[in-house]
Design a protein around this ligand. Sequence first.
Ligand code: SF4
Ligand code: SF4
Length: 371
Amino acid sequence: MSQRQLAMVMDLNKCIGCQTCTVSCKTQWTNRNGREYMYWNNVETYPGVGYPKKWQELGGGFDSAGDLQPGRVPSIEGNYGVPWDYNHDELASGAEFKPNIEPTWGPNWDEDEGAGDFPQDNYFFYIPRICNHCTNPGCLSACPRDAIFKRDQDGVVLVDLDRCQGYRYCIAGCPYKKIYFNPKISKSEKCILCFPRVEQGLPPACAQQCVGRIRFVGFLDDEEGQVHKLVHKYKVALPLRSDKGTEPNVYYVPPTEAPPKFDAHGKIIEGSNRIPTEELEKLFGSEVHQAIKTVKTEMQKRKDTGKSELMDLLIAYNHEDMFRLDSGYYKEYAKKHSLTPKKLLDERYSAGKNSNTMKFFMPSNAKGGDS
Ligand code: SF4
Ligand code: SF4
């Protein structure tokens, strides 16, 4: 258990699926050096199979007795999709623009597909996902090398690359499949909640770049902070698949008001909602009903009286108000615990920068390749 816990809230009513968060994370951390297939932040269409494919069915996490559950390690070819590149260098000489392999699967392969029948009751919404920096991490419990640790100062879950031997039990143990194996360095790697930024008082890149301004970042015990208010005061932000027992610290404001359904004659069915409640219950538990009710009640209150603290929080008038981080806290913590400043970046993250070799992922029968 860490002393304090940094958390993120994402308001799903505002996510437009633009993937700016995905790209901001990818360009910063995972576009090279064996990480090409990793998406520490991804945004998936729900309902859909997600990334990696069918992650909700791959096990891990804990049962109600607190026992770690068996899980599977997703495969590159079957669950993630082999990453591919394009022949940009050949275009000037008139070559046809084409991928270097025949892609068969990848992140967002099923983007915007959703469910239901158009135009009567089709629906989808977006779920951005990062590592949940869980209070009871399945990845940490599964690691026989004690290579995964949770920082005391903010609860960020990290892999000690010196201890990791690439056994991959962590991947099986994480029910969100948010930890990945790097075949180039034979280590497991995951979202680091941009801790080098956070320690400087800056939010994680995915949160700062978010176009929809859906992400709030702060400490759960900061009672004046938006994160505390959304999670604990108003209880409108809920963890994803809390039944997996890892106590996630990323919370979601569920989709509150979907458009109504149409009948066979194209007429609106009053009072109907396209998103089936059982789907929301599966994702966010039975608390989802009260959370939706609270948001709707406060929306009405705002319409009637012009006032609602919750609506003001969710509208997020000022971008900087969405993040309550304090570099002074980290400096004080380091002083108190005599921590020597670490290098901002483990050199293994930057080695191979701008490398275009993805041979670790090339299927044996692939055409072309760039080895
Ligand atoms: S989401 Fe997965 S990888 Fe992240 S802390 Fe929880 S169990 Fe570990
Ligand atoms: S940047 Fe924000 S709005 Fe765009 S997909 Fe990511 S979370 Fe959604």
